[in-house]
Design a protein around this ligand. Structure first.
Ligand code: AMP
Ligand code: ZN
Length: 448
């Protein structure tokens, strides 16, 4: 790794429709991974692609009489909005496939010049028999597969490993690009190899996505990339298990899915969904239920109430040393659990056990004023990864920045001895459900 920077590629959404919360399970895991890497002192150079050309996009756009760009703009924006609502950090590069068509054509030409491809009726296929490592990621043995048998669709069954399409000849009425290798459009797999290498170099540190991408998508990415460069494509591969509904993968095709908008429409805040999706380690499948969402909301409330108690109650002077040691141990255990392959469930358990002990100490009058800072420190560390304590602003509610601006104005008014204006601002904020508390360290505020 160069200059302490993790070079990471994650497969992004196919923008043919709204993403569902199964997709967001994978994207939330990736966000937790980013934050944990940063907490360990790494910098990030992270690329996520936007698949804005594929069979479904082409047929949906045609059905609505729209250009591809018009059609995908709506769902790309919806994806970005959903990510922002789920507090997912923006990768350093978000790259649409259609802006890299010439790069893909050039890569296919290079694969052709090294005999990894053949062309049939204007479509170009990757010859998997030319890549002996085929199957090494998914641990499938493909030696019995027919050389020369090929497949045009992007995803297919394991038993069906075939030569796959790198480039698809234009079909009547379909969008295509004129390129150095002729007219057509890229297959799905080549976009990731080309954009990963272009932005991150020939060997990535981490490549991640959902578990369904292992085969064929990632197997095909490896075959293309390593045939192009002769170098290992990625040092580490991380795959999130599925979000399930009643024993089945949540998916568009099964119809058993909810979008983020569906769930928010039922009255759940995005941070509750974020918590639920993050709470089960990515290597375990997660069964989605509304009871699970309710428990997530309760868990967040417990932590918010604890924070409020820390910020508003008064405690006797002094330090409860035993409790201080508990806070330090909780922090260590939180950190260690996340560093144990992102064991989010254990990390949460460490925080909740500490909160239980601290609450009991408060009830018993054993919590001391000097224990407050470490307790707030545990919550801050927790929230730097899970990011759920800040409530989502309701429609019509003042945003945090507006509250801060009014508080600043009030402080200035008080300084200028304009107490009438200062009181007026306090009342205005109270009417909006915002309570101010003047402390030695400055003004603190919270929502009712
Ligand atoms: P797509 O938009 O279909 O390309 O999928 C975007 C991401 O969501 C990919 O990383 C998929 O592996 C992932 N994904 C799809 N369905 C699920 C699911 N039910 N649970 C978790 N991840 C999923
Ligand atoms: Zn990909």
């Amino acid at each position: 790794m160069r200059d302490n920077t993790v070079r990471m590629y994650t497969c992004g959404p196919t923008v043919y429709d709204f993403a569902h919360i199964g997709n967001f399970r994978t994207f939330t895991f990736i966000d937790i991974l980013r934050k944990c890497l940063r907490a360990n002192g790494f910098k990030l150079d992270h690329v996520m692609n936007i698949t804005d050309v594929d069979d479904r996009i082409i047929s949906n756009a045609a059905a609505q009489n729209k250009s591809l760009a018009e059609y995908t703009a709506v769902y790309t924006q919806a994806f970005l909005d959903d990510c922002a609502n789920l507090r997912l950090e923006r990768p350093e590069h978000m790259v649409p496939a259609t802006e890299h068509i010439d790069d893909m054509a050039a890569a296919i030409a290079r694969l052709a010049s090294t005999s990894h491809t053949y062309t049939t009726d204007g479509s170009v296929y990757f010859k998997i028999a030319t890549f002996p490592g085929y199957g090494k990621l998914s641990h499938n043995d493909f030696s019995g597969n027919l050389a020369g048998a090929r497949v045009d669709v992007d995803t297919y069954e394991k038993s069906d490993a075939r030569d796959f399409a790198l480039w698809k000849a234009p079909k009547e009425g379909e969008t295509f690009w004129e390129t150095s290798i002729g007219p057509g459009r890229p297959g799905w797999h080549i976009e990731c190899s080309v954009m990963a290498i272009k932005y991150l170099g020939e060997t990535l540190d981490i490549h991640a996505g959902g578990i369904d991408l292992v085969f064929p998508h990632h197997e095909n990415e490896i075959a293309q990339s390593e045939s192009l460069t002769g170098k290992p494509f990625s040092r580490f591969w991380l795959h999130a298990e599925f979000l399930m509904v009643e024993g089945q993968k949540m998916s568009k095709s099964l119809g058993n899915y909810y979008t983020l908008r569906d769930i928010v429409g039922r009255g759940y805040h995005p941070e509750v969904i974020r918590y639920l999706l993050a709470s089960v380690p990515y290597r375990k499948s997660l069964n989605f239920t509304f009871d699970g969402l309710k428990s997530a909301a309760t868990a967040i409330d417990r932590l918010r109430n604890f924070k409020l108690r820390l910020e508003t109650d008064r405690y006797p002077e002094g330090l409860n040393e035993q409790l201080e040691a508990r806070a330090a141990a909780a922090l260590q255990s939180f950190h260690d659990s996340l560093n144990d392959d992102l064991n989010t469930a254990e990390a949460l358990a460490a925080v909740f056990e500490y909160v239980r002990d601290a609450n009991s100490a408060m009830d018993a009058g054993e919590f001391r004023a000097s224990n407050v800072a470490a307790a707030l420190g545990v919550l801050a560390r927790f929230d730097s990864i899970f990011d759920v304590l800040r409530p989502t602003a309701q429609a019509g509610q003042l945003a945090d920045a507006q509250v801060d601006a009014l508080i600043e104005e009030r402080t200035a008014a008080k300084k200028a001895k304009n107490f009438a204006r200062a009181d007026q601002i306090r009342q205005e904020l109270l009417d909006q459900g915002i309570i101010l508390e003047d402390t030695k360290a400055g003004v603190r505020w919270k929502r009712k």
